[in-house]
Design a protein around this ligand. Structure first.
Ligand code: G
Ligand code: G
Ligand code: MN
Ligand code: NA
Length: 253
């Protein structure tokens, strides 16, 4: 309960901040999008989301916090797009409680209108967990969101129960292959085959495939050879503050 009070105060006092991790086209190495990742600047240190997203979901604070994250990220990316000729996309993580909250779709539509960002610039990343908790409701809500023109991504793909079934229930634009697959690429034959199969599955279904957690050059080479179009990971670029992205925009535009 102590933490819940601190989190509520943190939101009121502007202690949350966003970092952005680039997503690159593995063929050209160009940055095609950034994923917004929230952090909490508290008592002189930076608290990672694993320590507060769960508690924020339990208390319902995830709804206003998620709205702040979305607005902040959309405004930044709208400015980057307006001040460069870089066609950069934005991915934002959303959690179950947020996706199922009332007026979620209205809020997203409002933030897009306010920031002037075209809906298809925005990708919402959901874990498969979102679809397990309340499948009918979650699918309905996410489908409404997609009707706005927003893209949908399944995050940590391959780790959830019934990953493939979810692709039947929901129109998905993108799958993000879980880092655990990338970690064992090349060393574990089964994992290598599964990864290749996921990449082809995504391609055959007309979805973008993003490999997450690329840390070593051999992993990147192997993914490229397997035809994986997009990648993300410490080897490519770490999550960075907005001025880091601005330096990249300057360099690429
Ligand atoms: O940034 P980091 O790798 O520490 O993130 C850890 C976890 O927190 C990841 O599962 C990520 O999806 C989640 N996360 C990061 N930022 C956000 C956010 O803005 N909203 C939600 N709901 N989850 C986030
Ligand atoms: O669950 P989700 O995919 O949203 O989690 C994103 C998190 O993964 C971010 O917090 C980011 O810091 C972390 N991350 C990004 N790239 C790498 C990587 O190459 N290795 C590891 N271990 N974590 C990464
Ligand atoms: Mn994510
Ligand atoms: Na996530």
């Amino acid at each position: 309960l102590e933490l819940q009070t601190k989190l509520r105060q943190a939101l009121a006092e502007g202690e949350f901040l966003l970092e952005y991790q680039p997503v690159v086209d593995l063929e050209s190495s160009r940055v095609t999008a950034v994923e917004a990742l929230v952090r909490w600047r508290h008592d002189g240190s930076v608290v990672p989301p694993d320590e507060f997203i769960g508690p924020a979901e339990e208390s319902g604070l995830i709804v206003p916090l998620g709205e702040w994250i979305l607005r902040e990220a959309c405004q930044k990316v709208a400015v980057w797009r307006a001040t460069s000729d870089w066609d950069i996309g934005l991915s934002v993580n959303i959690s179950v409680k947020q996706a199922l909250s009332s007026r979620f779709v209205e809020t997203v539509a409002g933030v897009l209108a306010e920031s002037g960002l075209a809906a298809d610039v925005l990708t919402m990343e959901v874990d498969e967990e979102v679809l397990l908790e309340n499948p009918g409701e979650a699918v309905a809500r996410l489908s409404e969101l997609r009707e706005l023109g927003v893209r949908l991504a399944i995050d940590d793909f391959g780790m959830g129960y019934a990953s493939l079934a979810h692709l039947r229930q929901l129109q998905v634009d993108e799958i993000k292959i879980d880092p655990s697959f990338i970690r064992d690429l090349g060393t574990d034959g089964t994992v290598t085959l599964l990864t290749h199969t996921i990449i082809r599955l995504g391609q055959d279904l007309g979805m973008q495939v993003v490999a997450e957690g690329i840390e070593r050059p051999e992993q990147l080479e192997r993914l490229r050879a397997m035809g994986c179009a997009y990648g993300q990971g410490f080897l490519v670029a770490k999550p960075m503050a907005s001025d880091g992205v601005e330096a990249l925009v300057g360099g690429e535009a």
